[in-house]
Design a binder for this molecule. Sequence first.
Ligand SMILES: *[C@@H]1O[C@H](CO)[C@@H](O)[C@H](O)[C@H]1NC(C)=O
Ligand SMILES: *[C@@H]1O[C@H](CO)[C@@H](O)[C@H](O)[C@H]1NC(C)=O
Ligand SMILES: *[C@@H]1O[C@H](CO)[C@@H](O)[C@H](O)[C@H]1NC(C)=O
Ligand SMILES: *[C@@H]1O[C@H](CO)[C@@H](O)[C@H](O)[C@H]1NC(C)=O
Ligand SMILES: *[C@@H]1O[C@H](CO)[C@@H](O)[C@H](O)[C@H]1NC(C)=O
Ligand SMILES: *[C@@H]1O[C@H](CO)[C@@H](O)[C@H](O)[C@H]1NC(C)=O
Ligand SMILES: *[C@@H]1O[C@H](CO)[C@@H](O)[C@H](O)[C@H]1NC(C)=O
Length: 584
Amino acid sequence: MSGEYCLISCVLLLMVSLSVGLQNGNMRLVGGELALEGRVEIYYNGQWGTVCDDNWDITEAQVVCRYLNYPGALTAVVGGTYGQGSGPIWMDDLNCEGTEKDLSHCLFKGWGVTDCQHAEDAGVVCERESSQNSSRVYTLDHNTGLSNHMGELFDSGRDCDFDIMVRVANSAVETICVHKLIVTLDPNASILNTTQEENLSNLNLDVSLNCRPHVTDFLRYLYTRQINVTMSSAQCIHKMASDWGLKQLQEAAGRLFTWLLPDDASFQTQTSLYEYSVHTGDTVLQETCLRYLAWNCESLIRSPAWTGLALGTVKALLARSDVVVPDEAFLLKGLEDWVLEQGNSSTHEDQVAILNHIRFPMIAAEDLFNLKAKSELYMDQQERYNAGMLQGFQFNALPFQTLAGGLLLKKVEYTPRIYTGKPWSFTFSSKDLNTFRYVGHYSHSGQNLNSLSANFDSPVHNSAFFSLFKKLNWNTRVFIHNHECSNSGIRCPSLPMVSLTAQNNRELPQEYQDSIRYLNKVVLMCEGEFVFHVQDFASTIGNGGNQAQIPANISAGQAYPCHSDQFSYRVVVQPVYTTEIKEN
Ligand SMILES: *[C@@H]1O[C@H](CO)[C@@H](O)[C@H](O)[C@H]1NC(C)=O
Ligand SMILES: *[C@@H]1O[C@H](CO)[C@@H](O)[C@H](O)[C@H]1NC(C)=O
Ligand SMILES: *[C@@H]1O[C@H](CO)[C@@H](O)[C@H](O)[C@H]1NC(C)=O
Ligand SMILES: *[C@@H]1O[C@H](CO)[C@@H](O)[C@H](O)[C@H]1NC(C)=O
Ligand SMILES: *[C@@H]1O[C@H](CO)[C@@H](O)[C@H](O)[C@H]1NC(C)=O
Ligand SMILES: *[C@@H]1O[C@H](CO)[C@@H](O)[C@H](O)[C@H]1NC(C)=O
Ligand SMILES: *[C@@H]1O[C@H](CO)[C@@H](O)[C@H](O)[C@H]1NC(C)=O
């Protein structure tokens, strides 16, 4: 009797002690590449289970991320993006305020009460805690030698003779007394021209509320020619410098944006800067911002900033040839979300204009087929979708000559973007690079390799027509040390260098070999966070060059800075039809 009793109670005891520390409501993220993303799993009644994505949005995601000690959430992810869980679906129809300690404090149907399937498992991407927050400071120094004395003069306000009235929304919030002679010293300063009165004794400086904290720094710059700029102040400094006519400061602040853009993972800064640059007609800044958005389009679409973008920004982005996304279907889904979020404020014409940028032929045939059933915009835009689908099916089914004969291929829709999804890419992660750098070998598919090299297959071309032919086998390799280059008999003018070479595909008829060219790319990602550089494989010889030199740092040509060696190389195969199509 007592033995039997112990058997039961001891098993119970064991079960309890195995789950020590785990309590109802504990949460974890599963299935992401990084610790800060994944499928949300919650512990209840001795078992991990998942959360259904019905009603799942950024508010619920915030609760999860804060619970896991991240500063906040970047994205609420739906539809089993991080794989389908197993076990119970513990929660459904969650409704949080955003301030709850964990999900169990939000409203929901009740533990395990759900009509969902695991295909609807919810996930999150959290903000990293990170050095990447806005704390990075850049010092602009246009020092004249007298900076310290001049700074003291400004700070003391001694003998000042000129009042700057700082105004926000037309009401004065502060008066700063300065020396007229000094603040008008800059030959380029145009601010005083607006009122030509000789004995002008004060001046209004109109700023927005968020720029007000930076006015003092700006005025002090007029004395010292030195200023510290951060992500939160850069746009204000740029704006005041251009209002004031301070070319040197304006240009320097403009260049800083290149450095600062990656510092904001929420995309608020990049998108607002882009709109600002359009407003001020600063084309250099426009390009800096837009290229960043294009390269980071996947994260942008997943971010809360996405659906708030202006129509002009979305159009400008889509018109670029360097948009990096997993595939075209992902982009279409993102655009549909954008359109739906605009509600009544986007006209039918706007929607068509947006959809016209979608490269329907680049969407896989199955995905095209599913659009009618799955797209939330289909009913409103049947005509546009049907035309796109027809074009897509033609592309997938017909041989190159037929399409070329019909002059269809002249259109940009037939050219892939930089698709990072499978089967078009292969990634060397920062982990691969580090093991190789420090341990001297690297493992891929269970093999230990003594060079950083891998093979992967891709179809010959995006068109399903080519699935009849044998796949291309690509070899890709990263060269880090000089001896690796010399051992392989290749010249590495600089390191690191990446190569990507296709094995000859003799099965493919010559006419097709001649009609396809590869414009392959390397996409560099910093700390799994943002794309900071995209590089072509060199030259245009034959099948495209097969080597890409990676600039070592931003002064050597990298586009945006990565303040870390934790970055990954992703090689992307980009096949395009080559034959020039003759006009008339
Ligand atoms: C940036 O990080 C520091 C230290 O981790 C923190 O104190 C600060 O609040 C963070 N700033 C923002 C804007 O998140
Ligand atoms: C400001 O005045 C200076 C000198 O009078 C002149 O050279 C300059 O062009 C003016 N700038 C503007 C923007 O009016
Ligand atoms: C400028 O100063 C002179 C003499 O100090 C004064 O008479 C005149 O009214 C002033 N003008 C203005 C617009 O304040
Ligand atoms: C900029 O920041 C550095 C470090 O905090 C400080 O030493 C320097 O005085 C600052 N310069 C200005 C112009 O504020
Ligand atoms: C004044 O403007 C010219 C032309 O834009 C520029 O070359 C010069 O550096 C500027 N000077 C200062 C002190 O900002
Ligand atoms: C859109 O317009 C319709 C009718 O004009 C209106 O009933 C509906 O509430 C509007 N929706 C939004 C999201 O503004
Ligand atoms: C960046 O690259 C340049 C040119 O290759 C080199 O001179 C410089 O030392 C590099 N800087 C850093 C921090 O690696």
